[in-house]
Write a protein that binds this ligand. Structure first.
Ligand code: G4P
Length: 526
């Protein structure tokens, strides 16, 4: 059935992820956004109260509450005539390849930075993926209610550390206890932090010289003149505002604010929704783009979340709808197997409940109950639409474990389990060339634990894992392959496609190798 409102509905979608280093304020700002959207009624409902720095052994306990984190994987609300989908990119112990893959399913990213800390490690990693996709990035400089670093410094850091140019949409007037407001360059107004101290007006319009009226009490405040000076400098010597460059991910609009005290968040949301792109086309393996407005439904699986409750071995396959309309119960074709699958048990996600979804359109995310049918990267398509979407990239793992079956009698189930989990995208697998050992690689510790747990519970294979410490993985051209290049400082292995790679002990070992074999190119994945 066709959807007469498809075009209108798709154009309303805004699908994005928030990337940040743990503790920068991602949860707090997400909650504020959901409050504005009316999706929740009080703060503190997105995640159960944080368990603090939970130890690894507490992980199963957390998994028992998995219902909460599955629900918060995608949050949807309506605002200003737009349907907003926020995709969660878990941090802390939850960091995994899925975190990266989620960024393949969004049209924009919001980067939350703690103004006291600047760009931190995890933000940098996630940003790299976003940059590679060339999607727009919006920056929210958070925690302005506390003393942080100089705003000019923070902008310089965006450029130096991330290599992205910036445009300040607003600028702090003071900071910490002395925060008076935001000089809103884009809306040509000043937004006051304490309107009650100034005639109860929240906004003061700027005149044509870019000033608030000289009679205003704030005018003679030092922090106001400082903000004025900074802004003058930036507008003269800084980057120019350009919607094209924002859309191309070359220029990030920067907003300042404080998520905790809800200052600047609404302005951010409203401006963000103005510039955030509607769903874009999706590339097929043949390099063609499929428009989201194509009538037939299609989508791709970007993440599979296993249910850790032993009573429910099902998983949820997260599907980004790339085109058309989803309708509950519809039959689609799974490209990899070329078999028909019926999408009956499908959920969408509101912040405080899972709901069975009847229809959804391009740009939306649906969660399909899975009993082992789907793999990360799978394409689902309807009718005559014979597309196959581009493979999702594989990310360079940083953590490695040697893995073997505890019980030699269980070799068969061990191999079956490992092959299936690798195919599903749960973990990466390598075989060492010299000793034929299995090595698994991950970007986050949690992936190993999920692997071990699922091997036991789904394949009845107890595994022994021995950590190999940090390694740097680099691929080489198959033509360069030569066993003699292997030394005590590296391990030569092959990935599951047979491509050769080295696991180097450290950067030093890698440089030593490059000096010795200058003609061998070392390549990393994303
Ligand atoms: P995350 O999801 O990025 O990990 O960060 P989260 O929102 O959980 O915030 C981390 C900590 O920073 C929390 O404090 C939170 O209250 C605080 N925070 C977030 N935004 C702001 C802000 O604008 N200003 C200030 N001053 N603090 C902010 P916590 O003490 O770790 O947790 P909680 O016990 O207060 O929840």
């Amino acid at each position: 059935m066709t959807n007469p409102h498809l075009k209108e509905e798709v154009a309303k979608r805004r699908t994005f992820a928030i990337i940040s280093h743990p503790d920068a304020g991602k949860t707090t700002i997400t909650e504020q956004l959901l409050l504005f959207g009316g999706a929740i009624r009080q703060a503190g409902t997105v995640k159960g109260k944080k368990t603090g720095n939970f130890a690894k052994s507490d992980w199963m306990e957390i998994e028992k509450q998995r219902g909460i984190s599955v629900t918060s994987s995608v949050m949807q609300f309506d605002y200003d005539g737009k349907r907003v989908n926020i995709l969660d990119t878990p941090g802390h112990e939850d960091f995994s390849e899925d975190t990266y893959r989620t960024l393949m399913a969004v049209d924009a990213a919001v980067m939350v930075v703690d103004t006291a800390k600047g760009i931190e490690a995890q933000t940098k990693k996630l940003f790299k993926v976003v940059k590679d996709r060339g999607i727009p990035v919006f920056t929210f400089m958070n925690k302005l209610d506390r003393d942080g670093r100089e705003p000019l410094d923070l902008l310089a850091e965006l450029e130096e550390v991330l290599g992205i140019e910036s445009y300040p949409m607003n600028w702090p007037i003071g900071m910490g206890k002395g925060l008076e407001g935001l000089y809103d360059v884009y809306h040509k107004r000043v937004e006051l932090r304490h309107p009650e101290q100034y005639d109860n007006e929240r906004f003061i319009a700027l005149d044509e010289t870019g000033n608030i009226p000289t009679a205003h009490k704030l005018y003679s405040n030092d922090v106001y003149s400082q903000a004025q000076e900074d802004i003058e400098l930036l507008l003269e010597a800084g980057n120019e505002f350009s919607t094209e460059r924002i859309a191309a991910g070359e220029l990030t609009p920067v907003f300042f604010g404080s998520a905790l005290t809800n200052f600047g968040v609404q302005t951010f949301l409203e401006t963000f929704l103005q510039f955030a792109p509607e769903p874009q086309g999706t590339k097929t393996i043949d390099g063609e783009m499929v428009s989201p407005y194509t009538e037939e439904f299609s989508g791709f699986v970007f993440k599979i979340q296993a249910n850790m409750n032993p009573a429910h071995r099902d998983r949820i396959a997260f599907v980004r709808i790339a085109s058309g309309t989803f309708e509950r119960g519809m039959a689609v074709n799974l490209s990899r197997t070329n078999k028909a699958v019926k999408l009956s048990n499908v959920t969408q996600f509101m912040a405080d409940s899972r709901e069975n979804v009847e229809t959804a359109v391009a740009g939306d995310i649906i969660g399909v109950y899975d009993t082992g049918t789907y793999q990360v990267g799978d394409t689902l398509r309807q009718g005559k639409l014979k597309v196959e979407y581009e493979e999702l990239p594989t990310f360079t793992p940083e953590l490695f474990m040697k893995v073997s079956a505890k019980n030699v009698m269980k070799q068969k189930s061990f191999h079956k389990g490992i092959q299936q989990l690798v195919q599903e995208g749960a973990i990466q697998l390598y075989t060492t060339v010299q000793t034929n050992d299995y090595v698994i690689g991950a970007v986050g510790q949690l992936q190993f634990e999920v692997f071990q747990y699922r091997m036991l519970n789904e394949y009845n294979a107890e595994v022994v894992m021995s950590p190999m410490g940090n390694k740097t993985a680099r691929w080489i051209d198959p033509e360069d392959f030569d066993e003699r290049m292997s030394s005590s400082r590296n391990i030569l292995a092959r990935d599951r496609f047979g491509n050769p790679l080295f696991l180097f002990e450290n950067e030093f070992a890698m440089r030593w190798f490059s000096d010795k074999y200058p003609n061998v190119e070392l390549k990393s994945l994303l």
